[in-house]
Design a protein around this ligand. Structure first.
Ligand SMILES: Cc1c2[nH]c(c1CCC(=O)O)Cc1[nH]c(c(CCC(=O)O)c1C)Cc1[nH]c(c(CCC(=O)O)c1C)Cc1[nH]c(c(C)c1CCC(=O)O)C2
Length: 355
């Protein structure tokens, strides 16, 4: 077995035996582990303070700052895992794509990729391109002790949606036009993105990440047949590329109720579920042999403490017969969320699920 995949590897036994990694492996746990997508970020005053005056992409390239921001939600909420502070577009920036993350908007690409000639902009990613990631993860794993670190990357489709559209989109009309109209160019684009994504995940695992999450946030825009034909091959390539490390691989998307089976088939060990499908139903769709992650609606956190607890209890009950459950929101923490509501939710999940 590989570096992080076994207690004998570089990963401390206490990390390997953490509730989060045990749940990902579908082993018995002392309590249901919980972490939140976008747990680091604008919901935390301490985040807004350290980020003041530093653009998003620049902050991802400063290892000390990345370490501090990644640790903030672990300290404050006592979550069972840390997620590396970065962004899905960091590897694209690192290979020289002219893009920026605009506050309140998201990633914006200067020259969208629309033709075969444009593909030349996508060269392979080397570890040297993201040496700041290796450095930050080295610092982090020392600070985290037994708390596992989740590395992540954007899936080929979600990255393509930004690259082809040139920015955030609700309809993905240019990306879908390429997918339907020039399937060969589309397949080549996704294949290149798969290689870049796989390289970015490998850097994180080799530096010490204990699990990885592939964010295919916008895959829910696709019909199952189109997903299977035009997207699944590239995402499968990413999962296969990191399989030999033996670290759990999580696959997440939003609005993917109809795709859950296919997202499991792509090669994940854990399938992320948004709040639109209950976990027991999701388990039927995903099939045996995979853990599930999710799935409280992030807007529930704006309701009363009692309402949050009711919803959290429903999620735990719905997961009662699963082998492996990692509690999370169905999508990221919204910036105006009260951080105390998140801390209370962690405590509630730990107490309620204690075995
Ligand atoms: C689609 C996507 C992106 N980035 C990401 C996704 C997939 C996850 C999802 O579906 O939400 C992934 C991401 N981005 C960020 C993280 C950090 C780790 C964590 O979850 O705590 C993660 C996992 C930091 C960030 N990435 C971004 C922020 C906000 C920028 C800031 O704080 O200044 C953070 C904390 C910027 C970003 N980057 C992106 C968007 C849509 C935005 C928001 C734009 C805005 O509302 O300002 C692209």
């Amino acid at each position: 077995m590989s570096a992080n995949g076994s207690p004998a590897g570089q990963q401390p036994t206490a990390t390997y035996d953490s509730a989060f990694l045990r749940a990902c492996r579908r082993e018995p746990v002392p309590h249901t582990p919980v972490w939140f997508m976008r747990q680091a970020g604008r919901s935390l005053p301490e985040y807004r303070k350290v980020r003041e005056g530093i653009p998003m992409l620049e902050s991802c390239m400063r290892p000390e700052l990345v370490t501090e921001i990644t640790l903030q939600p672990v300290r404050r909420h006592g979550v069972d895992a840390a997620i590396f502070f970065s962004d899905i577009v960091v590897p694209l920036k690192a290979i020289g794509i002219d893009l920026d993350i605009k506050p309140g908007v998201g990633p914006v690409v200067e020259r969208p990729i629309r033709t075969r000639e444009d593909l030349a902009a996508l060269r392979d990613l080397t570890p040297e391109d993201v040496s700041y990631v290796t450095e930050a993860i080295g610092l982090l794993t020392r600070e985290l002790g037994s708390t596992p670190l989740i590395g992540f990357a954007g899936a080929p489709f979600t990255l393509a949606s930004y690259l082809v559209e040139g920015g955030p989109s609700r309809t993905y009309e240019n990306a879908k036009a390429m997918m339907y109209g020039d399937p060969e160019l589309w397949a080549d684009l996704l294949d290149r993105l798969a290689d870049i994504t796989a390289a970015f995940l490998k850097v994180q695992i080799e530096a010490g990440a204990s699990a990885v999450q592939l964010f295919d946030s916008w895959a829910g825009a696709l019909a199952p047949a189109d997903y299977r034909r035009s997207v699944l091959p590239a995402s499968s390539k990413v999962f296969r590329a990191v399989e030999s490390y033996g670290v759990p691989r999580i696959h997440f998307g939003v609005g993917t109720g109809e795709l859950l089976g296919l997202m499991g088939e792509a090669g994940a060990d854990v399938v992320g579920v948004d709040w639109r499908v209950s976990l027991d139903e999701a388990a039927r769709r995903v099939g045996p042999g995979k853990a599930l992650q999710g799935n409280i609606d992030p807007t529930v956190l704006f309701a009363s403490k009692e309402a949050v607890e009711t919803k959290a209890r429903e999620v735990l009950d719905s997961a009662a017969h699963l082998d492996g459950h990692v509690f999370n929101l169905g999508h990221g923490v919204m910036p105006s969320t009260d951080p105390d509501a998140l801390t209370r939710l962690v405590d509630y999940v730990h107490t309620r699920s204690a075995r």
